[in-house]
Design a protein around this ligand. Structure first.
Ligand code: HEC
Ligand code: HEC
Length: 397
């Protein structure tokens, strides 16, 4: 969390609830067959989104339009270790394509070895996230979010600071390929290699991280089948017994969505009963959710529901990576929270006074849980995980 972000939250006095207003087009879609591609969604500014019919066009800032040249430049920068202070880490060090752009660790580790309190997030369809990171109602653009990994000091991620900022920039300027790539991406500028454009190019690349071709998507389009267990799991997921869809029910399997033509954006956060230290409702320090920014008791343990796309490859789970497998996530929901019986975090999360009304004991059989896991695995998009256009351009062929 950068000081800048804390400053904005304080200044605006925002909380999750204050920001939450009615949403128009968040509808859980559990069935039906959508096979027509909406041609109005395929091209904006010459950028081809190639989205299925149930995916809206992402919102793009007016001052950072999508172009092939910019996205390609952003890809190089995303994977370039020279962009960290000590040259050891790129964005991709914590965001690996084969894991839907998370890193497989419970908690991320920065370029100088500092342990981040949270787990690196996957970046599939990140363009649609109404707020960014696990619990920050005021962080709403990819451009602003990037200040944290690049320049953040608490914890240090890429470790760029006032002392090395110009050195890092000169590495980019001195490169054989970058000057021409920046010129192609920002053709109206005489000296396009500067931090503002580095951030814009990486943000454009991230908006291009669209995951829309899982077997579930193919099933929606009538191009693939779901087996009996997966279908049972889907019906549980979208049904009132398991209630998953209340928080993971959008086309992106979450409940915070923004896009180009949305009128009202809803930004709910939830306490799922992961902790209840000493029965006080407390979560571990630095991981107290929206409370870290607002200090309001009602924001204790409030986190954003993550998109469940590609969830098969994004373990370990939750903001602090403390649940290792999808089977254990289902045990957690079936119990209606987590009871920690010993150690510094002991306390019965099922009884957390701030827990969401939507999280309570669910009577799920072993078969129900297995079916839900089978359904979640249909959200894996192998094209996204292997698409060469999103891959490391520096990797040996
Ligand atoms: C040291 C590991 C690390 C590095 C390096 C890193 N990230 Fe992250 N990333 C994280 C963690 C941890 C989070 C969750 C942060 C939080 O909730 O406070 C995150 C969250 C994000 C998010 C929010 C995703 C969402 O769903 O809201 C974006 C976007 C992102 N990172 C992009 C980047 C970019 C771009 C870079 C390079 C400039 C980068 N990251 C470098 C660890 C890292
Ligand atoms: C009240 C809203 C809510 C409901 C209902 C809900 N979830 Fe969640 N889900 C969340 C939130 C919030 C998180 C993140 C919690 C955290 O990290 O502290 C989460 C996290 C997850 C994760 C971990 C994802 C990751 O990337 O770490 C999975 C998997 C998941 N939920 C599946 C389900 C399933 C399956 C159901 C139905 C049984 C369900 N959820 C019901 C809000 C909800």
């Amino acid at each position: 969390m950068s000081l800048m972000q804390r400053f904005w939250v304080t200044l605006l006095g925002l909380t999750g609830t204050a920001l939450s207003v009615a949403v128009l087009s968040l509808v859980a879609c559990g069935g039906g067959s959508l096979s027509v591609t909406d041609t109005t969604k395929t091209a904006t500014n010459g950028w081809n989104w190639s989205l299925p019919a149930d995916f809206p066009t992402p919102r793009v800032p007016d001052d950072n339009p999508m172009t092939e040249a910019k996205v390609e430049l952003g890809r190089f920068l995303f994977y370039d270790k020279r962009l960290s202070g000590n040259g050891t880490q790129s964005c991709a060090s914590c965001h690996h394509q084969n894991k839907a752009f998370t890193d497989g660790l419970a908690q991320a580790v920065g370029s100088t070895g500092e342990l981040h309190p949270r787990s690196a997030q996957h970046l599939g369809n990140v363009a649609y996230n109404a707020t960014l990171t696990w619990a920050n109602p005021s962080l709403v653009t990819l451009e602003r979010q990037m200040e944290t990994p690049l320049f953040g000091e608490n914890p240090v991620e890429m470790g760029i600071n006032d002392g090395n900022k110009s050195v890092v920039l000169s590495r980019v300027q001195a490169d054989a390929q970058y000057p021409a790539m920046f010129k192609a991406a920002f053709s109206t500028e005489a000296n396009p290699i500067h931090w503002g454009n580095i951030v814009k190019a990486i943000a454009a690349f991230q908006r291009a991280l669209i995951s829309a071709n899982s077997r579930y998507d193919q099933w929606l389009q009538g191009k693939a089948a779901l087996n009996v267990a997966e279908t049972r799991g889907m019906n549980l997921f979208f049904g009132e017994k398991a209630e998953c869809f209340h928080c993971h029910g959008s086309f992106n399997f979450n409940d915070q969505i923004t896009h180009a033509s949305i009128r009202f954006v809803e930004t709910p956060f939830h306490n799922t009963g992961l902790y209840n230290i000493g029965g006080t409702g407390a979560f571990p320090e630095f991981n107290r959710g929206v409370f870290e920014l607002t200090g309001k008791p009602a924001d204790m343990g409030m986190f954003r529901a993550p998109s469940l796309r590609n969830v098969e490859v994004t373990a370990p789970y939750m903001h602090d990576g403390t649940i290792e497998t999808l089977e254990q996530v289902l045990d957690f929901y079936a119990a209606g929270g987590r009871n920690i019986t010993s150690g510094p975090h002991a306390g019965d999360g099922r009884l957390n006074p701030n827990k969401s009304d939507l999280i309570s004991r669910i009577d799920l059989t072993a078969q129900d849980k297995a079916d839900l896991v089978a359904f979640l695995k249909t959200l894996t998009d192998h094209d996204f995980l292997t698409n060469p256009k999103l891959a490391n351009p520096f990797a040996a062929p």
